[in-house]
Design a protein around this ligand. Structure first.
Ligand SMILES: NC(=O)c1ccc[n+]([C@@H]2O[C@H](COP(=O)([O-])OP(=O)(O)OC[C@H]3O[C@@H](n4cnc5c(N)ncnc54)[C@H](O)[C@@H]3O)[C@@H](O)[C@H]2O)c1
Ligand SMILES: O=C(O)C[C@H](O)C(=O)O
Length: 357
């Protein structure tokens, strides 16, 4: 074969491997090569990031490519995923990276996945609540979850898209409709609230945030974000002023970032860090590691509400155990009542969005 032609064919193969939309119909050898490589050299989990070209998606893709537990990484978006995929794929870590662009490639992106992470959707601008995102993001999450129900119904699903208090119930309703709902496998990502709580508490105490663990329960919006400062590790007591300061700051951490970004979006880097931390815990659970306890917004019987964020134990089948809230002080009991009222409405809104169709 002419040397130039051979080089072109090799380039086509590599490009097809990265982005199936670049495949020529007649180029079956590229397909075989891509399929062969997609098995991955090392054992590990197959992970898809939906919304991978976004503010969260890009750094999250980077962090997942760095995670040794990931063998195959699928990057899906409706725009720009080929560029992000090409870029990330040059990292000399184990995971095989493949890109998928547009709705017609959603099923290929999802087929065979063990873990699907969803940061797809619009972020807030100053002055907006998370619920203001419902009209756009509800439909996006619905479509993506329909794809999951069809192509990887056994996957663990991590929902990041806001409003989480409604998008998780939306996902659950989609899965129920498809007959694939397993409450253990659907997890709303509230890790950023815990990450913030740990950071702000460590600042107050003047200690390393890695030595701190603050449980944050309820949901992921304003007063539904309920830090349990009476249950922190290491055990410590706070003044009433400190409790008010910390609770307000944790509940408004997202708004603090939205205002600082002044119209350029919401938390992306800290969120990617939090999502990667949570995904790592999910994968270690799938692998069979013991003692993995994280806060997450899940289908729950901890309160009278059908969904609630609390500590869950992650295992081979997802959220295998949901822990009760434990003893609350008066301030926290008051906060819980406020949180439940707002949460009930947000959950109902999500459920109604699917049931009314
Ligand atoms: N759970 C949390 O703690 C938390 C924290 C921060 C942000 N968020 C939420 O995450 C979402 C994404 O935030 P961001 O800053 O990355 O936004 P972004 O606009 O930067 O990125 C979103 C990405 O989603 C993609 N997208 C849109 N529609 C899609 C579809 N149908 N399928 C696949 N991808 C699609 C966009 O093309 C874009 O690349 C927002 O809803 C935001 O509110 C949640
Ligand atoms: O605040 C937002 O809109 C994004 C996210 O939910 C956050 O907590 O940072």
């Amino acid at each position: 074969m002419h040397a130039g032609a051979e080089i072109n064919q090799r380039i086509a193969r590599i490009s097809a491997h990265l982005c199936p939309q670049n495949l020529q119909m007649e180029d079956t050898s590229s397909l075989k090569l891509a399929a062969c490589r997609a098995k991955g050299g090392a054992p590990g989990f197959k992970v898809a990031v939906l919304g991978a070209a976004g503010g969260i998606g890009q750094p999250l893709a980077l962090l997942m490519k760095m995670n040794p537990l990931v063998s195959v990484l699928h990057l899906y978006d409706v725009v720009n995923s080929p560029g992000v995929t090409a870029d990330i794929s040059h990292m000399d870590t184990g995971a095989v990276v493949r890109g998928f662009l547009g709705q017609q490639q959603l099923e290929s992106a999802l087929t065979g996945m063990d873990l699907v992470i969803i940061p797809a959707g619009v972020p807030r601008k100053p002055g907006m609540t998370r619920d203001d995102l419902f009209n756009i993001n509800a439909g996006i999450v619905r479509t993506l979850c329909e794809g999951i129900a069809k192509c990887c119904p056994q996957a663990i699903v991590n929902v990041i898209s806001n409003p989480v208090n409604s998008t998780v119930p939306i996902a659950a309703e989609v899965f129920k409709k498809a007959g694939t709902f397993d409450p253990k496998r659907l997890l709303g990502v509230t890790t950023l609230d815990v990450v913030r709580a740990n950071t702000f508490m460590a600042e107050v105490l003047g200690i390393d945030p890695r030595e701190v663990a603050v449980p944050v329960v309820g949901g992921h919006a304003g007063v539904t974000i309920l830090p349990l400062l009476s249950q922190v590790k290491p055990p410590c007591s706070f003044s009433a002023e400190e409790i008010k300061y910390l609770t307000d700051r944790i509940q408004n951490g997202g708004t603090e970032v939205v205002e600082a970004k002044a119209g350029a979006g919401s938390a992306t880097l800290s969120m990617a860090y939090a999502a990667a931390k949570f995904a790592d815990a999910c994968m270690r659970g799938l692998r069979g590691d013991a003692g993995l306890v994280e806060c997450s917004f899940v289908a729950s019987q901890v309160t009278e509400l059908p969904f609630f964020a609390s500590k869950v134990r992650l295992g081979r089948s997802g959220a295998e155990e949901i822990y009760p809230l434990g003893p609350l002080n008066e301030f926290e009991r008051f906060g819980l009542e406020k949180a439940k009222k707002e949460l009930a409405a947000s959950i109902e809104k999500g459920v109604a969005f699917i049931r009314k169709q």
